[in-house]
Design a protein around this ligand. Sequence first.
Ligand SMILES: *Cc1c(COP(=O)(O)O)cnc(C)c1O
Length: 422
Amino acid sequence: MKLSDIRPEVFPMAERAEKRCEKRFREIDRVAEQNTLRVMAAFQDQRVSDACFAGTTGYGYDDLGRETLDKIYAQLFGTESALVRLGFVNGTHALTAAMFSLARPGETVLAVTGTPYDTLRTAIGLSGNVFGSLKFYGVNYAQVDLAPDGRPDYDAIRAAVSDPKVKGVMIQRSRGYEDRKALSVKEIGRIVEAVREVNREANIMVDNCYGEFTDVIEPTHVGADIIAGSLIKNPGGGIAETGGYIAGKAALVEQCAYRLTCVGMGKEVGCSLNQCRPMYLGLFMAPEVVANARKTGAFAASLFRSLGFECLPAAGQTAGDIITVLALRSPAAMEAFCAGIQAGSPVDSYVTPEAWDMPGYESKVIMAAGTFTGGASIELSADGPMRDPFAVYLQGGITYGSGKLGILTAAQSMLDRGLIKF
Ligand SMILES: *Cc1c(COP(=O)(O)O)cnc(C)c1O
């Protein structure tokens, strides 16, 4: 299957779906414009010059590009300090470093938005007393689940943080692969307030993955002490080739740097090689790229809603992340959809994704991604576990035009297999 297989009758339907998104697209564009202003102001205030892109080798002392980028992130997130590093191998790595800054042996880290993202569970020690996990070092873990309506359970949070042992609080902004909603920055602010009413000391951390630039403020603007995320998602703008970031209170960020590099050296070392330019250019692009991903998601929700599928967030509704969930209701529909997304990609368009037994998952998982950067989910990608409600999690689209074509190829693929009718 190829892009050229999209049949003519698909386009009028797509046009109607797009028309229904007009208001939503305008809102998305306004957020992007404000964030572009914030990013450009930070570039100017921190005096970005050609010299910042040169990069260093070896120890990386006095790396102008690295140090200036830290200041830019700190300004953007309104924090005392930031740590933007290619040495973070992924978001999980940055988040784990941040998590370890929260509490000491004998103290407790409390997750207040349900079980954290899959990959963090091992680092916490939920899957056993694994070497190096929080549990291994004697840091306790406790959890408050979201309320049945998917919103934070403020009363339960207040009750749980009243335990003086709770020194760290973790919030996940994005829905991840859970059946829940993404939190708005406002809601994160309300959680922070609830925590502070009873516990003034606990360090509050937000897993900011997939959330950056979906709003004009970030969790650190409403009181979060530390946030972390991945550069092959939103803030890398589809250009950064690897890396992660942490932003927050200086003392906490310093501890993260000690964990990333070595005790006593922290932020002062770590050469940037040739990665400064893509990190700067990616951040510069990020507000627009996030807008393109959000538009791709809104378009997909609008089209698939009209084809009779339940979508989250529903077409036209805002979300605090770039994920759109499409409940496709059957394994065959998931396979057809993912085959279409793959066929509509610029890279690896000729391969067919198959569901497989991914380590750590109870059901088979299917994934479609044809990306320039390995595993980059700011680029158009779709995945999901093969179980009821047979939902695919759709994210990315670094240009709206290509994202839309990917969605149309997915619809055509389902049409070809008789799974939908126009
Ligand atoms: C992507 C993501 C992570 C980290 O995943 P990596 O694949 O390690 O970058 C953590 N939390 C959430 C909510 C995420 O979306």
